[in-house]
Design a protein around this ligand. Structure first.
Ligand code: PHE
Length: 497
């Protein structure tokens, strides 16, 4: 029976009742499992003050499995009695019947049957009464109907001894009409839909209250998102090549580290509102290494280190503006500055894979946030040749062997190269990354020794992931439209190198 129907019957019973109803008795009267009534009580409770239900523990008699069989088919003694014909039955034959042994001794002590030991053909059993009353079955039926209190203690204990009844403690409900009692329950809404809002029909509706005690469905296991799987592979490659991971746990950065430290002029279009998310609160960063900041100011406005700079009035207010970092090169800048503060320079290989943000128009391949993979190598005398060699090694480990480099422009690298690889599936050269040698205007103000050069490259994590997992629209990979089943079903990432 559906739970709503049980609730309905329960309310009807309460209507003609002044006192309390006990859930166990209701279950017996309706011929239901107690649990079904408990379910109805709980769902009615969730609707407000319809009913008052008080939980109590009660001892209650239940039929054992054997007890249930007897309530259905009769006691062993009754079954034995029924199977004896008028001319009697040979004792050994009767003993072989399913209820034979127990039934025989009980029927004997009830004086329903007699044994003639001297009958011809062996001991024989005869009925001594015409008909019998199967009181064991009748008592069990009473218990089944919830009328155990019609039996006295002695009777119940006897049935318990025969393992036909057992006494169990259960939680029952004492149910009364509540202050908002009614027998007609309008099924409350569980969802507030856009239609209800636009038509205003939500005003007249009753909504189901949240059950804050409800336990969530336990997930069978966690699942790694494809981006995480591909990230693991990239991290593995960097680690194999001896790179150390940079700490990238600051999504918020000042313009100073994101742009100025990278010799990106303050009028650069990438700093515009259209490309960068600026923060309102806190809108400005206040702590900088001031002597370094002065050197950055100087190299922008006047030049130095053999450069003429940009020749404009550099403003600290512009550098203070907080933003969501637009590239992980901001982290590389912080790390290289730290490296320059060492007493003696040591060569380093750094990498990072983390999230960046750009105020871009969204389309099938662009979101306002994505992940960058970045590699940085600093040592004396690093050249464009070293960069090409490291890139070749890096992409080789990814399974990408055909590479081409194209001259490009970044404010912070000179020379700069875009990296293209031949895509066998698409049958064309596709851009896979950007790279370059960091400019002296960036490195020397940090305090790095003049002979040190730094090569670096960056690529997105999303692009290779989409290619690897055959996803054409980035909204299927990231965001609220992601099909979780896709996440569950995606295999681990193996790069075919
Ligand atoms: N920061 C560059 C970008 O956002 C990538 C890059 C990193 C280029 C390092 C050169 C050197 O595209």
């Amino acid at each position: 029976m559906a739970e709503s129907r049980v609730s309905e019957l329960l309310l009807q019973r309460l209507e003609s009742q002044d006192g309390a109803l006990e859930s166990l008795a209701v279950a017996a009267e309706l011929g239901l499992e107690h649990q079904q009534v408990v379910g109805a009580v709980k769902s009615l409770q969730s609707l407000g003050e319809l009913i008052d239900a008080e939980q109590r523990t009660a001892k209650h008699w239940e039929l054992t499995d054997e007890g249930k069989e007897i309530a259905r088919e009769g006691s062993h003694e009754a079954r034995v009695f029924q199977s004896i014909p008028a001319e009697g039955i040979v004792q050994s034959e009767l003993m072989n019947l399913p209820s034979g042994k127990v039934g025989f001794s009980k029927a004997m002590s009830n004086k329903w049957i007699r044994l003639d030991k001297n009958a011809s053909g062996g001991p024989r059993i005869f009925k001594v009464v015409e008909c019998v009353v199967d009181s064991v079955k009748e008592k069990l039926l009473l218990v089944l109907q919830g009328k155990a209190d019609h039996l006295d203690e002695k009777e119940k204990n006897e049935l318990k001894k025969r393992k036909l009844l057992s006494e169990v403690t259960i939680k029952t409900y004492w149910i009364r009409k509540g202050s908002a009692f009614t027998t007609t329950v309008a099924k409350p809404e569980t969802d507030l839909t856009p239609e209800m809002i636009s038509s205003g029909s939500w005003r007249g509706k009753k909504f189901k209250a949240y059950n804050f005690d409800a336990l969530g469905v336990m997930p069978d296991s966690g699942h790694l998102h494809p981006l995480l799987k591909v990230r693991t592979q990239f991290r593995q490659i960097f680690l194999e090549m001896g790179f150390t991971e940079m700490p990238t746990n600051n999504f918020i950065e000042s313009s100073f580290w994101n742009f100025d430290a990278l010799f990106q002029p303050q009028q650069h279009p990438a700093r515009d509102q259209h490309d960068t998310f600026f923060l309102l609160d806190p809108a400005e960063a206040t702590e900088f290494p001031m002597d370094y900041l002065e050197r950055v100011k100087k190299v922008h406005s006047e030049g130095g280190y053999g450069s003429q700079g940009y020749q404009y009035d550099w403003s600290i207010r512009e550098a203070q503006k907080n933003l969501l970092r637009t590239h992980t090169t901001a982290v590389s800048a912080r790390m290289l500055y730290q490296l320059a503060q060492q007493e003696h320079f040591t060569p380093v290989k750094y990498f990072s894979i983390d999230r960046v943000f750009r105020n871009e128009s969204l389309d099938a391949t662009h979101l306002a946030e994505f992940h960058q993979i970045e590699g940085v190598v600093a040592d004396y005398g690093m050249t464009l040749g070293n960069l090409m060699g490291v890139l070749k090694e890096f992409f080789h480990k990814l399974g990408i062997t055909r590479l081409r480099f194209k001259p490009a422009y970044n404010p912070y690298t000179e020379p700069s190269m875009e990296v293209f690889s031949y895509h066998e599936g698409l049958r064309k050269w596709v851009e896979v990354g950007n790279s370059g040698v960091f400019r002296p205007e960036m490195l020397l103000p940090m305090g790095l020794p003049p002979g040190v050069s730094v090569i670096a490259w960056g690529l997105s994590l999303e692009r290779p992931t989409m290619i690897k997992y055959g996803i054409n629209n980035i909204r299927e990979l990231v965001g609220h439209k992601v099909n979780l089943q896709m996440v569950y079903d995606s295999p681990i990432c193996r790069l075919d190198s």
